[in-house]
Each structure stands twice: as C-alpha cells, then as structure tokens.
Design a protein around this ligand. Structure first.
Ligand code: C2O
Ligand code: CU
Length: 470
C-alpha cells in the first residue's frame, strides 16, 4: 500500500553529489560606521551564486551570500536603505539589537512591496552590549522562504577594548537546497510543519571551506546559526575551545567547552586555540554538527520519524600548519554582566507553545497560549521599567526556540534545572515537553513588536505573538 504522500514522512534528504568544497574560508565584505554613523544601501534580490563549484540561483543582499557584515559601535546611528528587488514583499529585522521597534526602527510590521524602498533609521544606546547580531527579512508568511533562499548577514558590535587574538572570523552558517528557479526550492507541507532543513549546510555561503591557522594561535570565531530550522551542535575535536558568550551576552569568564548547541537564530562567541604540537607537521580537524534530535511532530505518526539533523555533518576543515606561535597574552576580564536573579519581579506570565489539529482539515495549528498570530491583536502588554519572569512551556513533541525582539532574556532555568552562571540570550530553546524560565528587564523602548518560534516555518505557520511595551 502506498503511504499517503500528502501527510506521510518526508525522507531524510540524502547528501547532494556533484558539489565540491575545500576552498579557503572567505569573509563577507565589512561595512563600518564612521563618526557615529553607518549608512548602507541593501538590496534584496535573486541572482546567481557559485556554491561548491556549481552556479545556483539564490536570494541575496547586495549579491553576496551572506550579505555584508555591518560593524558598529555602541551609540551609533544606523541608516539602512532597503530596496526590494524580490518578487514578494519583504522587510528587515536586526535580530538581537536593543533598538526602538517604532516608526523607522526595528519594526516587524513594516512591509516593503516589490520594487519599493524603505529607510530604517535608529540609534544604538550608548551602553549597548558588544557582541554578534544578525539581520534577515521578517515579512510574516515568507520569512522561512526568504532566509532559506539566502537573505542574511552578520552585525558585529565592537568591544570597547579588542581581545588579544591573532584574528577574528565571522562564520554565518546556513542551510540551502539548490534547485529553486526563483532562488527558493519548494517545500512540502509536512516539511514545513517539521521545519525545513536544507540539503547543503554552508559556512559563509561556502561548502566545507578550509580554515588555516598556526599551532598555538588563538582566533575568535563569531558564529551565527541562520538556518531556518536546523539546530547546530558544533564540535571541533583536537583544538581548544572556549565559549566567551552566547547571543549578545558575554559570560564573566570564558567557559572551556567540547561542543556548543545553537538553536536557529542563536550565536556563539568562541575562542579557538590551535593545538601546539611542538613540531611543524600539518594536522587537520573538522568543524562538525553532531546529531541533535529536536523531536518530530509525532501526532500518531502523522508526520513520521525524527528530524533530518540526526546525522553528523562536516561543516569546515581546519588545517594547522606553519611555525608555532607563543601563547596569547591574558584576556581582559569582562565587566560583570547584569544579573536579574536578585531583581524585584513586577509580573509573571506563561507562554505555552502548542501544536494541534486545526478545524476543518486545515493542517496543524502552531500556537502560543492557544492563539495563532494576528498582527491586529496585542497578546502581551508590559510596562516599561518593569522586570518580568516568563515561564515558557512546550506541550508539543518538538523543541521550539523562543525569540523575543528588542529585549534580551536572562535564562534562569531549563527543564527545572537552575542555570548557574549569568547567561543572556535572545533565543531560548524550549525543549519538547519541557520548560524554560527567563527574566526580562523592559527598561526602555515603548512600542509594539513580536516574539515567536525561531523555527521560521513555525513562525510563518502562526507561532508568533504581539507584545506592546507602554
Ligand atoms: Cu531572527 Cu523575529 O527573528
Ligand atoms: Cu517551533
């Protein structure tokens, strides 16, 4: 008997043949602010890109995959002229930046029609935390398609004092399926409900690039997970790894780690110290994504088995060669991050993530507190100046990573286990059948914006709510 293809499991996609990696890792072009101002023109448009030696059609900002890296200082004014060269509406979200959501700020309700332009204009607070952020489209219903097609880029906010590393690299990790004539491969309904994963995983738009480093050398890697749905459980066996922080939040002291788990939208600020072998022999190691089971949409087997990211993937190779370098100088201690655990909580609320059958065979509903997204409704109203504690709960059989715009979240607890060190994130994973607890300081920026699942197919299917700060 043939399985019902409309609801049956999608086979885990086989790796694509005919794509060849191995070229040196590139860095996207960098645009820096001068005298407190960054003015850039970004055009989102379809076009050709060479991936793994083959020419494919992608969607890109300024014809680059990823788009240019924007490098800013706290206090800067940012003016972005967005031109829409796509066939559909779009807009631009600066993920993780603490900037105003109103008017020409980071407003997710702005809609830029094909052929039109929009001028964003906002200012970073002078005490904005340094770190790695990113930008991507946010037009509800098309977010997953447009990011999957290639629309993303990194934003770096510089530290007041640069860290003593040999070099800094930005690694924007994305996944992509070639073959869409208009830049976006078509995706079935079951795959959308599970959250699509591309057949190629790219680093800065490249397939398995090579990163050269000398023995003993210390580099800073700023890594963005811009995959639409794929979790990245990153490992780099054989080299020293220290995690400086996640998202915009630097830890007070770096943590020695073996691996780092990034949900879609998360970033890692990582120190990589190449093993000093004492000889000049060339050695190789591999940046890998290890298996991570983010659950399946179960529902009586309706959507089939586990997610495709349950295989190990090689993302990049690291070649250690040349003269060993002496150990790096000591790192300046970071200022102690803000800790809300001692703060007076003004309000507590719960955000419940759920999936269920819609009425009349309309497929699966993706909800927060029982509702699918409606941009005309306000789901959560908060007072500026307040500190809130949110319990995030997930009754579904898949993980959902919650992203809150504008205000970062301090992770207090995950699945009932207290988080020891101070940890600030703007995407917090809510495990399948589990919970997470966060605290948020709504210091400033009155206005309306959103929170949503950063598996962007789920966001497009309605797992998003509107928050208004008054
Ligand atoms: Cu990275 Cu609302 O998104
Ligand atoms: Cu989700």
């Amino acid at each position: 008997r043939q399985p019902d293809q409309s609801v049956g499991p999608d086979a885990a996609p086989a790796p694509l043949s005919g794509y060849v990696g191995g070229e040196p890792l590139r860095q996207p072009p960098e645009l820096r602010s001068t005298d407190g101002l960054l003015e850039v023109q970004l055009e989102a448009a379809p076009g050709p890109a060479v991936i793994g030696g083959r020419t494919v059609t992608v969607l890109a900002y300024n014809k680059g995959l990823p788009g240019p890296t924007l490098r800013l200082q706290p206090g800067d004014r940012v003016r972005v002229g967005l031109r829409n060269g796509l066939a559909e509406a779009t807009n631009l979200h600066v993920h993780g930046l603490h900037v105003s959501p109103t008017d020409n700020g980071d407003n997710p309700f702005v809609m830029v029609e094909p052929g039109a332009t929009f001028d964003y204009d906002y200012r970073l607070p002078p005490d904005h935390p340094p770190g790695l952020f990113w930008y991507h489209p946010h037009h509800h219903g098309l977010v997953a398609d447009q990011i999957f097609g290639g629309l993303y880029g990194a934003i770096v906010i510089d530290d007041s004092e640069p860290l003593p590393v040999a070099r800094e690299r930005v690694l924007v990790i994305s996944d992509f399926t070639p073959g869409g004539a208009a830049g976006v491969a078509s995706v079935g309904q079951a795959e959308r409900m599970r959250g699509r994963e591309g057949r190629l995983v790219l680093v800065n738009g490249q397939l398995k690039p090579d990163i050269g480093i000398r023995p003993g050398e210390c580099e800073r890697w700023r890594i963005v997970n811009s995959c639409v749905s794929r979790y990245l459980r990153l490992s780099l066996a054989g080299q020293g790894l220290q995690l400086l922080g996640l998202d915009s939040g630097r830890f007070e002291t770096p943590r020695d780690v073996e691996e780092v788990l990034l949900a879609p939208g998360n970033r890692a600020d990582l120190l990589v110290t190449a093993a000093a072998t004492g000889t000049t022999t060339t050695t190789h190691s591999t940046l890998r994504a290890l298996p991570y089971d983010r659950g399946s949409a179960g529902m009586g087997g309706m959507m089939g088995g586990s997610s495709p990211s349950t295989a190990t993937l090689d993302l990049a190779s690291v070649t250690v060669s040349g003269e060993p370098v002496p150990a790096a100088s000591a790192f300046p201690r970071q200022p102690a991050p803000r800790d809300l655990r001692g703060a007076a909580v003004t309000a507590r609320r719960e955000l419940a993530f759920a999936m269920g059958m819609g009425m009349g065979g309309g497929g699966m509903r993706f909800t927060i507190n029982g509702e699918s997204f409606d941009g005309d409704r306000t789901d959560t109203t908060v007072q500026t100046g307040s500190v809130e504690e949110w319990l995030l709960s997930n009754s579904s059989p898949m993980d959902h990573p919650l992203h809150l715009h504008v205000w970062p979240m301090q992770l207090i607890e995950q699945n009932g286990r207290a988080v020891e060190a101070v940890q600030w994130q703007d995407v917090v994973n809510v495990p399948a059948g589990g919970t997470a607890r966060v605290r948020i300081a709504f210091d400033d920026f009155p206005g309306r914006t959103v929170y949503h699942c950063h598996i962007l197919d789920h966001e497009d299917l309605g797992m998003m709510g509107v928050i208004e700060a008054r």
